[in-house]
Design a protein around this ligand. Structure first.
Ligand SMILES: Nc1ncnc2c1ncn2[C@@H]1O[C@H](COP(=O)(O)OP(=O)(O)O)[C@@H](O)[C@H]1O
Ligand SMILES: [Mg+2]
Length: 367
């Protein structure tokens, strides 16, 4: 258990004459014993940042502190961090027992202690029935558990890092692996960072997630914060499935205008808007779009259903607002009638919407 503190980390790769700023002035503190996720699109710098934490890379600038100690220049062996990579790393010349025991044997631990630690670790990860099987004989999800086991078998593991560990795992097996990883993390209470480009994976694993874009961390918060209060249209769109809807609008001095339609807003929103602004967008989560069969007293925007997707316990419908040339997605209960081609009316209320100026959230008017 450790506090991991990243201070103004920048990493620039130089290959040939080309410079790539992979990580750009990232500062982030992971509290002791917490599970964290790092999410963002491919190429945004996640692996680079993870390797800087584990010591596989030394950053161009900035500091890595573990429990207040500067470890920036320390190699991985000096950090006691366990790292699980995209593709499982197991020794197929040994059975699962041998793989788990390896780090302890390497340090010359007594066989009795090794045996005890192997049993405890195998039980934690659900590997106890497979100790004498060669890991090459079963699927990548098991190999990943063996890799993880090798990382946590020592008592002094300070942190757990995962770099897209599900990449090679069959979709049907992902849930089981994720559950085991998560259980192990909770039992051990080890400070963890789980890297993925899949928000669903991230938000089911982590108490807090950092969203990364172009080498920068744009928001770090709980799943609820990221969902309910995204700091930008990027986060609003990236988090949520489907993401937040965005509609161009204008501030008309009193209320918002979307084309010829008026959207009421509240006092605090009004105080923070300027009628000279361009680049104003209204954001609304699909589950907060009010969809009516008939106009509800004015202000609703007519829209036609163009697509209906049934997703288990709810449906997502796509609505085209022909008058303003914009599409929105709405999440509705399955029992709602939503035939393709039918006419609906969309209601947007101040409590259900967020406003963005040039892509940044206007939080109660404060930008
Ligand atoms: N060894 C390297 N040399 C040069 N550029 C690299 C190297 N590794 C990664 N990059 C570049 O750095 C950026 C971030 O890469 P990476 O950290 O792997 O992102 P992610 O893990 O989010 O996909 C990308 O533009 C990638 O092409
Ligand atoms: Mg990566």
């Amino acid at each position: 258990m450790s506090i991991i503190d990243l201070q103004n980390i920048t990493h620039v790769y130089q290959s040939g004459g080309e410079k790539t700023v992979a990580v750009n002035d990232v500062s982030l503190t992971l509290a002791e014993g917490t599970s964290n996720a790092l999410i963002g699109p491919s190429g945004c710098g996640k692996t680079t940042l993870l390797n800087i934490i584990s010591g596989l890379l030394t950053p161009t600038e900035g500091k890595v502190l573990i429990d207040g100690k500067d470890v920036t220049e320390l190699p991985p062996q000096g950090r006691d961090i366990a790292q699980v990579f995209q593709f499982p790393v197991v020794y197929d010349s040994m059975d699962v027992y041998g793989n788990l025991a390896f780090p302890l044997r390497n340090r010359g631990a007594p066989e009795e202690e090794i045996d005890e630690r192997v049993q405890v670790t195998a039980e934690l990860l659900g590997l106890e029935d497979r100790l004498h099987v060669n890991p090459a004989n079963f699927g990548p999800e098991w190999s990943q558990l063996v890799s993880l086991g090798r990382g946590i078998i020592r008592h002094d593991t300070t942190a757990l890092l995962f770099d897209e560990p599900m990449t090679d795992v069959d979709p049907g097996r992902k849930l089981t692996l994720r559950r085991r990883i998560s259980q192990a993390q909770k039992r051990l209470e080890v400070t963890s960072l789980y890297v993925t480009h899949d928000q669903h994976e991230a938000l089911t694993f982590a108490e807090k997630a950092a969203v990364m874009k172009d080498g920068e961390i744009v928001q770090y918060g709980s799943p609820e914060e990221l969902y309910e209060r995204p700091v930008s249209t990027f986060v609003g769109n990236f988090i949520g499935s489907p993401g937040m809807n965005f509609i161009d609008c204008e501030f008309a001095g009193e209320d918002l205008k979307i084309g010829k339609f008026t959207i009421p807003i509240n006092e605090s929103m009004r105080d923070n808007l300027d009628s000279s602004w361009t680049g104003l967008e209204l954001g609304v989560r699909p589950n907060l779009v009010n969809v009516y069969d008939e106009p509800e007293g004015g202000g609703e925007i007519p829209a036609k259903v163009t697509l209906t997707e049934h997703l288990g316990s709810y449906q997502i419908i796509t609505l085209e607002m022909e008058d303003i040339g914009t599409v929105v997605k709405a999440e509705l209960p399955l029992e709602e009638k939503t035939d393709v081609g039918s006419e609906k009316f969309i209601g947007l209320t101040p409590e259900n919407i967020m406003l963005f100026h040039n892509g940044e959230a206007i939080e109660n008017g404060k930008k």
